[in-house]
Each structure stands twice: as C-alpha cells, then as structure tokens.
Design a protein around this ligand. Structure first.
Ligand SMILES: Nc1ncnc2c1ncn2[C@@H]1O[C@H](COP(=O)(O)OP(=O)(O)O)[C@@H](O)[C@H]1O
Ligand SMILES: [Mg+2]
Length: 261
C-alpha cells in the first residue's frame, strides 16, 4: 500500500526535527543561531513555535521547508529526509509575496509552475478550488494591488493549498494584518487547515504573538536564548473554539511568558 493510502492515526509524527543546529556566518566567524532543536508535529496537529523577535523562528521554519540546510541534525517528513524544497511542504509568508502583475488566479497557478505532470487546464482547476477553499470565489481576476491585506493573505493560503501539500508552514501569517482582519483569519485558519477535506496532515505556525499561538495551537514549542534552544513544550488542552477572555486562556499565556522570562 502506498503512503497516501494509509490512514495515519492522529498524532503520528509527520514532521520530525532531530537535533537541528544552525550557524550563520558573520565576518567569517560562525554565529550560532539555533542549538540542538528537536520537535515533532503530528497528524492533525497544529504546532505553534513562539519566542522573541530575532531568536530564530523563521530560520527554523526555513530549515523545515528545505530552503536552508542545518549545520547539523536533520528534518524528516514522514520517513523522508528533507534535503531541499519539496512539493509536499508549502509555506505561507507574513508579506504574502504575490506577483503584482498577476491576478489572484494567476498567482495561485504560478505556485503550480513546477508541476510538469499537470496540464494547464488541471492547474487552473486546482487553483480555482484552492481559491474557493480560501474564501476567494469571485476574486479570481483581481490583481493583488486591489485586494485588502486579509484578501492578499487568502491568496497566499490558496497558493499554498493548491499544491496539495502534507505540511503547511506559516511564518507570522497574521502579523501584518490589522487586528480585526487578523482575528477573523485566525478563527478560520484552524478549521480550514485541520480538515480532512484538504491534503494537509500537519500545520506548523510561527508567531511572536503568544496569545495567537495559545488560541490556535495543540502544542507550543517555546524558543529562547542566544543561540536559541527549546525552553519548553506545552500541550494546550483548551477546548475549541477557544475563549480568549477565559481564566484558563490567560493561565496558558502566562505559562509561556514564564518560560520566556
Ligand atoms: N541569512 C542570514 N544571514 C545571517 N544572519 C541571519 C540571516 N537570517 C537571519 N539571520 C539572523 O539570525 C537570527 C534569527 O533570525 P530569524 O530566524 O529571522 O528570527 P525570528 O524569525 O525569530 O525573528 C537573527 O539574529 C538574524 O539577524
Ligand atoms: Mg521571523
């Protein structure tokens, strides 16, 4: 039986980060950024990574995506080692990174450029269906410049969904949106992504916003220090949808701040 036919049990590790360290180089001297990071993200889980600005969250996500190679350690998606960017891993970025001269539909189709196995018609079908899931039906022929920040990020989500990835990585996806738009997109995100109707098996969300992480994550990995290491891992067992005004919610937020201080 092929991997895709096997029904994996919830919690089965999909992404495994195994003793990853990373040095950047500054004036030829190695500058350690991440030290000995190990974490897992399981089937049907949304795992949050938080920590102070500049601690290395984006770097860790780039390593998981295959865009950056770790100095030591490894990353696996199911049983396969990540050695570079791959089709079963998609990323949503803080700044959307849309091509301004292409429509919403064309931006999503562009995300499928490397799929030589698909005809143009199939690419368009996949892109339209991803736009629909992301709540953009009717906006196919609109250019990014005419879209609000929230709608631009929906295009970013649609582009990431269209490749039918197993792993969805999100780097501060709500951080450049106004509060109300961010709140609305956050509320939709969990049900949209942790959903058997998509190909996605696990989501890793990076944010410096602790409340956002407690609102969305099943599990939180807290990074801190220079170089950054894992200072704590918390299973958030609050029922969903989560009440951000409840005492239990604040207790979890407080636990993360305690780990960070
Ligand atoms: N390409 C790079 N070369 C050298 N240093 C980098 C590079 N990218 C990031 N850094 C440094 O690595 C550290 C972690 O950055 P980053 O992963 O962007 O942190 P975060 O996402 O948590 O804000 C920062 O000190 C940053 O200046
Ligand atoms: Mg970052």
């Amino acid at each position: 039986m092929s991997e895709s036919q096997v029904q994996l049990a919830p919690g089965t590790p999909i992404v495994t980060v195994d003793h990853v360290s990373l040095d950047y180089h500054k004036e030829k001297e190695p500058l350690p950024v991440l030290v000995d990071i190990s974490m897992k993200s399981g089937k049907d889980e949304l795992v949050g990574i938080t920590g102070p600005s500049g601690c290395g969250k984006s770097t860790l996500l780039r390593i998981i995506s295959g865009l950056v190679r770790p100095t030591s350690g490894s990353v696996r998606v199911l049983d396969s080692e990540v050695k570079g960017p791959r089709e079963d891993v998609s990323m949503v970025f803080q700044n959307f990174v849309l091509l301004p001269w292409r429509t919403a539909l064309e931006n999503v189709i562009f995300g499928l450029s490397s799929r030589k196995d698909l005809t143009d018609v199939q690419k368009e079908e996949k892109a339209k269906s991803a736009l629909e899931i992301a709540g953009l039906t009717g906006f196919e022929s609109v250019y990014p410049g005419e879209l609000s920040g929230g709608m631009k990020q929906r295009v970013g989500v649609a582009r990431a969904l269209a490749t039918e990835p197993k792993v969805m990585l999100m780097d501060e996806p709500f951080s450049s949106l106004d509060d109300l738009t961010a709140e609305r997109l956050r509320r939709e995100t969990y049900t949209l992504l942790i959903n058997p109707q998509t190909s996605i098996q696990t989501v890793i969300l990076v944010s410096h916003n602790v409340e956002e992480i407690i609102e969305l994550a099943d599990k939180v990995v807290v990074l801190s220090g220079r170089p950054a290491h894992v200072v704590g891992e918390l299973e958030i067992d609050l029922p969903r949808p989560r009440n951000k005004k409840s005492d239990q919610f604040f207790e979890w937020v407080d636990k993360v701040y305690t780990l960070l201080s």
